[in-house]
Design a binder for this molecule. Structure first.
Ligand SMILES: Cc1cc2nc3c(=O)[nH]c(=O)nc-3n(C[C@H](O)[C@H](O)[C@H](O)COP(=O)(O)OP(=O)(O)OC[C@H]3O[C@@H](n4cnc5c(N)ncnc54)[C@H](O)[C@@H]3O)c2cc1C
Length: 366
């Protein structure tokens, strides 16, 4: 089966890029699993935090925010819900908060009293220093993903699920990709395989960029009795010891862990979760007696923590779209626009300097 562009990976990265690329080329998206969004995309905290990801992705956050605010063509319902994000630090964690605030925009320092008003289960000693990004919002990831999938199909593209790519060859300017559902051919290949992106490059005979998938656990906890958590912001310990986010009247909890892992269908680790809950319990007056459900996802990072986006310098027509770390949902609209421009040969929405900072070339010229 022939098309102009093959995309490997049906997470938010591949689906959003596919939707935009399909406006100017015939796209086939191949996904291993029986549904899109099964891996990291379906397991996130789903937040848009302008200052998250630091200066490396600041421009992406800016581009993405405009799309989230006006998601024409993706969704006719709002994709964002106001939430806010409160950072709290113990006395000996002040430097972590200061480091975050150094590059941050639109954050207000708040007193311990104000922090406790915003999240009444906090112990005063856990919020000696605090600051809030009031504009942080929750993203409806499912609406976003399904909206882009519809756009991809509307633009004439196709999504093949249950199609794990097992072999890739490149001959005469054509990429040939083998799956149990058949062989697919195109002059351009987009590697949006998330935690597996280095493995996909390996199948194509290309060097890895050195991605490290890191497992992050998460759980749903019952709301503390007598509290309407929906009025709370997301609350993050500034030293990355835990975070909580109101979720449908309950609390999503994460130990903010980042343990290196092979690419896999990640499962939550009871010990890491228990250790995180112990750290959390030292900072709050709420006694956690029950975990309703738990899961884990892999956040994949390049060695310099910036996304890896652009054509591989050692092969024609091999576009990387990987290494989104902890910001892959919120940066997806921007990285999709950047990828569509690159693949379709159109002007990029970001400067050459930003493009160079994302290029896979940076790992090949040591
Ligand atoms: C606990 C947690 C909290 C997070 N919170 C946030 C947040 O608040 N905000 C935010 O922006 N981001 C957040 N993230 C990060 C975000 O979820 C990721 O950056 C994003 O989902 C990555 O998307 P992706 O499409 O690259 O990867 P994935 O969703 O993993 O998609 C990659 C796809 O490629 C497919 N694939 C791999 N190999 C092959 C192959 N050989 N053939 C065919 N298909 C293949 C896989 O099956 C998979 O579906 C969080 C992540 C976690 C785990």
């Amino acid at each position: 089966m022939k098309s102009d562009v093959i995309i490997i990976g049906g997470g938010i990265a591949g689906v959003s890029a596919g939707a935009l690329i399909a406006s100017g080329a015939q796209v086939t998206l191949l996904e291993s699993e029986s549904m899109i969004g099964h891996h990291t995309t379906g397991r996130s905290a789903a937040m848009f935090i302008r200052n998250y990801g630091g200066p490396a992705v600041a421009r992406l956050n800016e581009i993405a925010e405009a799309v989230f605010e006006n998601p024409e063509g993706i969704s006719d319902q709002p994709l964002l819900t106001p939430r806010g994000e409160l950072h709290v630090a113990r006395a000996d964690e002040a430097e972590h908060l200061e480091r975050y605030l150094r590059d941050a925009e639109g954050m207000d320092r708040v007193t311990t009293e104000e922090a406790l008003q915003l999240c009444p289960i906090l112990r005063p000693e856990a919020a000696v220093h605090a600051a809030i990004e009031r504009g942080a919002q929750a993203i409806d990831t499912d609406l976003l993903l399904q909206g882009y999938a519809k756009m991809l199909r509307r633009n004439g593209g196709r999504i093949e699920t249950g199609a794990p790519v097992t072999a890739i060859t490149h001959q005469g300017g054509t990429w040939r990709v083998e799956t149990p559902k058949g062989t697919f051919e195109a002059p351009v290949l987009v590697n949006a395989a998330g935690a597996w992106a280095d493995q996909v490059a390996g199948l194509a005979g290309l060097a890895p960029v050195g991605l490290v998938p890191r497992r992050r656990n998460a759980a749903i906890l019952p709301a503390p009795a007598g509290h309407d958590v929906e009025t709370w912001p997301m609350v993050v310990n500034a030293a990355d010891r835990w975070y909580i986010k109101p979720e449908a009247g309950k609390l999503m909890f994460s130990p903010s862990d980042a343990v290196p892992s092979d690419p896999c269908d990640a499962w939550s680790d009871d010990m890491e979760l228990a250790e995180g809950l112990d750290r959390f319990s030292q900072d709050v007056t709420y006694e956690v007696t029950r975990v309703e459900r738990s899961w884990a996802g892999l956040r994949s990072f390049a060695p310099d923590l910036a996304p890896v986006v652009g054509f591989d310098p050692d092969a024609t027509g091999f576009w990387w779209l990987a290494g989104q770390g902890g910001t892959g949902i919120q940066t997806a609209p921007a990285l999709a626009a950047l990828s569509a421009a690159g693949v379709l040969g159109q002007p990029s929405p970001v400067s050459d300097e930003v493009l160079a900072s994302f290029s896979p070339k940076r790992f090949r010229t040591a």
